[in-house]
Design a protein around this ligand. Structure first.
Ligand code: NHW
Ligand code: EN5
Length: 390
């Protein structure tokens, strides 16, 4: 069934009696044990490092993904990560250019494959493990089903292992051996007319367009006193707030202040991070809410070409009701012209999805760990997950 994944140190569907404790699946190895030579590609291809600090290269990666990356089940929409977004999320603290792996056609130099890794401190139950997050695995549509993906995966594994990191976290819409958790996408219409026009959503039975637009109307401005954009100097306080709130989950990321300064900043059309500064206690931050921008191309529509989507990133609520915080973030997004606000059912999100008029999407998101087993083969429920990948 899974010719490649059956050979990898990942939990398998067939396992019966797993060890009771969490821990690595592979026997311990050292950097000396790691193969020195890159894996062999078919003769007509070659490896390259995609130096995203070079805007021309960032644009090549953008073009590859824009034409060949993830689509929904009915091939109506395709993720269209912007070049600026790719630079932000792949040139993060601790990034290594050798982990931005490309495959080019030797003859033409055309970029036809990509995979990335960025470092992250991941906590699984009681263990804090240095890992990488793997993302943006992509093979050009004309080169599919030729077993190039396993070569990309083995090569990035080798490059990560060379730095003495042995575990990874990744998410995918497809089912592979074996998810640690499975989450669902939820969608909140901000611009229902356009969503209906392009087939992203439908007019509910017995609803008119006018009533639908009214139903989804949001306030022009946020209502929480003290809500403002996060600033670089907030980072130590945000880190404290966030890590303490993320303490409740079984799978999550630990952020240091430098990482917070990167992941919780405000870059137009890339990332928005808001904080609540207690109006009664200047300098005290009580809440955080953030969302990232990931448009989708609308495939084959005569008028509309792009769906502007915001994705809820991390939240940390201690003084403001989570529901109000997220509603404020949605008001901000609506005012900025986003068409839809998306969220997963992880963290405590199930406490507001209904009230805030989110509807369940047709997509799932499976969470995976490489070379890390959950004791007893137990999997997590969405409410145990406090990890959001881009
Ligand atoms: S998930 C998004 C992945 N990208 C896309 O879906 C874009 C559109 N599709 C494509 O570009 C986010 C191709 O279809 C891809 C597969 C490249 C997906 N993850 O080359 P073959 C991520 O980026 C397995 C993992 O012939 P292809 C996370 C498949 O099951 N494996 O197929 C990435 C089969 O193996 P099997 C996937 O269609 C995490 C084999 O690939 C997969 O031309 C990566 C077939 O290969 C997926 N999304 O190319 C793992 N989709 O066992 C990281 C298919 O069944 C692991 N496959 O025979 C950790 C590494 C680091 C460790 C460090 C310690
Ligand atoms: C790695 N970081 O399927 C990520 N999206 O629901 C890779 N559906 O947008 C993994 N099919 O339900 C990504 N509208 C896996 C997801 C791949 C993309 C995907 C789904 C998520 C999606 C939309 C459009 C469906 C079009 C037909 C959807 C219904 C929304 C509606 C809004 C109003 C209230 C009811 C629901």
């Amino acid at each position: 069934r899974y010719a490649f994944w059956e050979t990898q140190p990942v939990a398998q569907f067939t396992e019966g009696s797993e060890p009771a404790e969490d821990g690595p699946i592979d026997k311990p190895k050292t950097v000396q044990d790691v193969r020195q030579e890159p894996y062999t590609l078919p003769e007509s291809f070659e490896w390259c490092v995609c130096d995203l600090t070079d805007d021309a290269v960032a644009h090549e990666v953008y073009e590859l993904l824009s034409n060949n990356y993830v689509e929904d089940d009915d091939a109506m929409f395709r993720f269209n990560y912007s070049a600026g977004f790719l630079k932000w999320c792949l040139l993060c603290p601790g990034h290594k250019l050798e982990w931005l792996v490309g495959v080019r056609v030797r003859a033409s130099r055309k970029l036809v494959g990509f995979i990335s890794a960025v470092p992250a401190s991941i906590r699984v139950n009681a263990s804090r493990v240095p890992m990488v997050e793997i993302n943006f695995l992509c093979v050009h549509k004309k080169l599919r089903a030729k077993r190039l993906a396993p070569v990309l995966i083995k090569e990035i594994t080798r490059r990560v292992n060379l730095t003495d990191i042995w575990q990874a976290a990744y998410t995918a819409g497809v089912l592979l051996p074996k998810p640690v958790a499975t989450c669902r996408y939820y969608h909140r219409s901000l611009n229902p007319r356009k969503l209906i026009d392009v087939g992203f959503s439908r007019l509910a039975p017995r609803m008119t367009m006018a009533r639908t637009i009214k139903l989804y109307k949001l306030p022009d401005d946020p209502v929480t006193p003290g809500l403002r954009e996060a600033r670089p100097e907030d980072s130590p306080k945000i880190a404290e707030l966030l890590n303490s709130q993320l303490g409740r989950y079984k799978l999550t990321q630990h952020f240091n202040a430098e990482e917070v300064a990167h992941w919780f900043q405000n870059i137009d059309n890339v990332i928005n991070a808001l904080v609540v500064e207690d109006p009664a206690a200047p300098g005290v931050l009580t809440d955080v809410v953030s969302f990232y921008t990931l448009p989708s191309s609308i495939l084959g529509h005569p008028q509309h070409t792009e769906l502007k989507a915001a994705y809820l990133y991390y939240t940390a609520a201690t003084a403001t009701p989570l529901r109000q915080l997220v509603n404020d973030a949605m008001s901000v997004a609506a005012a900025k012209g986003y068409d839809v606000f998306n969220a997963l059912d992880l963290m405590q999100n199930d406490t507001f999805l209904r009230d805030l008029k989110f509807g369940m999407g047709d997509g799932q998101l499976h969470y995976y760990l490489y070379n890390w087993r959950l004791g007893g083969g137990h999997s997590l429920v969405p409410g145990d997950v406090g990890l959001v990948l881009m």
